[in-house]
Design a protein around this ligand. Structure first.
Ligand SMILES: *[C@@H]1O[C@H](CO)[C@@H](O)[C@H](O)[C@H]1NC(C)=O
Ligand SMILES: *[C@@H]1O[C@H](CO)[C@@H](O)[C@H](O)[C@H]1NC(C)=O
Ligand SMILES: *[C@@H]1O[C@H](CO)[C@@H](O)[C@H](O)[C@H]1NC(C)=O
Ligand SMILES: *[C@@H]1O[C@H](CO)[C@@H](O)[C@H](O)[C@H]1NC(C)=O
Ligand SMILES: *[C@@H]1O[C@H](CO)[C@@H](O)[C@H](O)[C@H]1NC(C)=O
Length: 388
């Protein structure tokens, strides 16, 4: 696939094996008060347990601040699964402070990620991230975090787009990624790709029997133009559309997904997470009074405090509304990630072998995240939600 023109490429990185991916959203499953019984608790048990642990009645894992912590990162850029487009250090990013922050919720402590504990608790089970390249970002991070804990343990990786698997053989634990940027099906009909707002059928084949599913979708719904959107028509309730309001289409697709979750996972031991919308940093006016650049280039520190001055994404309001009343756990990483203007690849999505790098490049990556980096925190919270 050719690189898209810069404006169309804003949300996607189209350079990895010719694949185009996007957003992340995790639905974290319920908490697990009874580990041996596994995976059948309710969200309220989860919430209560965390609150107790935090010695607070108002523990919100996702509200807090970033604290400098030199014990991070948890792994190095030599982890074998990192896409070159996410591997900022190897691509020549000169600063490294962005690797040394820990998320501190205002009302509770987040346990440090323990890869061996993760493997023991997940023994024999499969975790699958489903969605766009932000799900891929989180998937690679989790594989690296676990691998760092068991560097000598045999593993087996396979790639068969759209499915990517990584197995820790001694533990029988698989950590997989299924590329499905809209979650709903896309079918070919008379040579055209039809985005089926009402249907999840083909897509869900790899999701069956998975113990922990973490979904995300969002950014692709706003891509416009045949080349970047991945479909020619949308279908809803038996009618074909050339286009429609994208937020409306997003909600239709997400409700179809919620129905799939309800039909296929309620009453089973499957835990379901949704990864909150991963934010972009293309608009410096959102965090600076006098923007010096046009995007995230040159940003090396997080925003201090707990709030972001820029807008909260409309898609998040849809996500919260759809998830309300389901058993899905929202890994609500939007705001904490909005504070991390420093954590994108920017121009270090490619090897800048001749420094100084071109700081006026017109299409830096201000949507994905460096690895190691921010998605490691998403996984630390995922781990916390999964087992506490
Ligand atoms: C909460 O923590 C404070 C200070 O650490 C302690 O004095 C108090 O007893 C704790 N409360 C509960 C309910 O655990
Ligand atoms: C990566 O580098 C670190 C530090 O140099 C080393 O300890 C570790 O074994 C390496 N890991 C891999 C997978 O090569
Ligand atoms: C997009 O696809 C539609 C349907 O195939 C076609 O009518 C339209 O001309 C295409 N637009 C562009 C910009 O290629
Ligand atoms: C990037 O370029 C430098 C300098 O030529 C080289 O040492 C390094 O191995 C390259 N990195 C990758 C990931 O190719
Ligand atoms: C830097 O990127 C800009 C925009 O893509 C381009 O016009 C310019 O020629 C590049 N400069 C160098 C030194 O490559």
């Amino acid at each position: 696939m050719a690189l898209l023109p810069p404006l169309l490429c804003v949300f996607s990185s189209c350079k990895v094996l010719g694949l185009c991916f996007l957003t992340l959203y995790l639905n974290v499953a319920q908490a697990n008060a009874a580990e041996h019984a596994g995976f059948n608790n309710h969200h309220n048990i989860h919430t209560r347990k965390l609150a107790a642990q935090a010695n607070s009645t108002s523990c919100n894992l996702f509200y807090g601040t970033w604290i400098r912590d030199d014990t991070y990162p948890m792994y190095q850029s030599n982890c074998s699964v990192i896409d070159s487009a996410f591997n900022c250090q190897t691509n020549g990013r000169p600063d490294s402070d962005y690797l040394k922050y820990r998320w501190q919720p205002a009302g509770c402590e987040v346990p440090r990620f323990n890869g061996l504990d993760f493997l023991s608790k997940m023994r024999g089970k499969t975790i699958m991230f489903v969605g766009d390249s932000l799900g891929r970002n989180q998937w690679q991070s989790l594989v690296c975090m676990i691998s760092a804990a068991v560097p000598q343990s045999p593993t087996q990786a396979s790639k068969s787009d759209p499915l990517y698997t990584f197995k820790f053989l001694e533990y029988g634990v698989s950590v997989n990624f299924h590329r499905a940027p809209y979650l709903v099906d896309i079918d070919m009909q008379q040579g055209k790709r039809i985005l089926r707002l009402d249907r999840i059928s083909t897509n869900s084949i790899p999701w069956k029997g998975v113990d922990v599913l973490s979904f995300n979708t969002g950014h692709w719904w706003s891509h416009k133009g045949n080349a970047s959107q991945g479909w020619e028509n949308m279908e809803s309730e038996g009618s074909l559309y050339d286009d429609m309001d994208r937020l409306v289409a997003f909600e239709k697709g997400l409700r179809t997904w919620a129905k799939w979750v309800d039909t296929n996972t309620v009453g089973t031991n499957t835990k379901v997470f949704f990864q909150g919308l991963s934010p972009l940093h293309f608009v410096p006016a959102e965090w600076k009074t006098t923007p010096a650049s046009r995007n995230c280039i040159g940003e090396t520190t997080p925003i201090s405090g707990s709030t972001y001055a820029g807008p909260y994404p409309d898609q998040m309001k849809v996500i919260q509304d759809v998830i309300k009343g389901t058993s899905v756990y929202l890994l609500d990483i939007t705001t904490l990630s909005q504070l991390r203007k420093d954590a994108h690849p920017s121009i270090y999505d490619k090897n800048v072998s001749q420094p100084p790098a071109n700081t006026t490049r017109s299409s830096p990556d201000c949507s994905h995240w460096c690895l190691p980096g921010l998605p490691d925190t998403w996984n630390q919270l995922f781990y916390t939600a999964l087992f506490n």
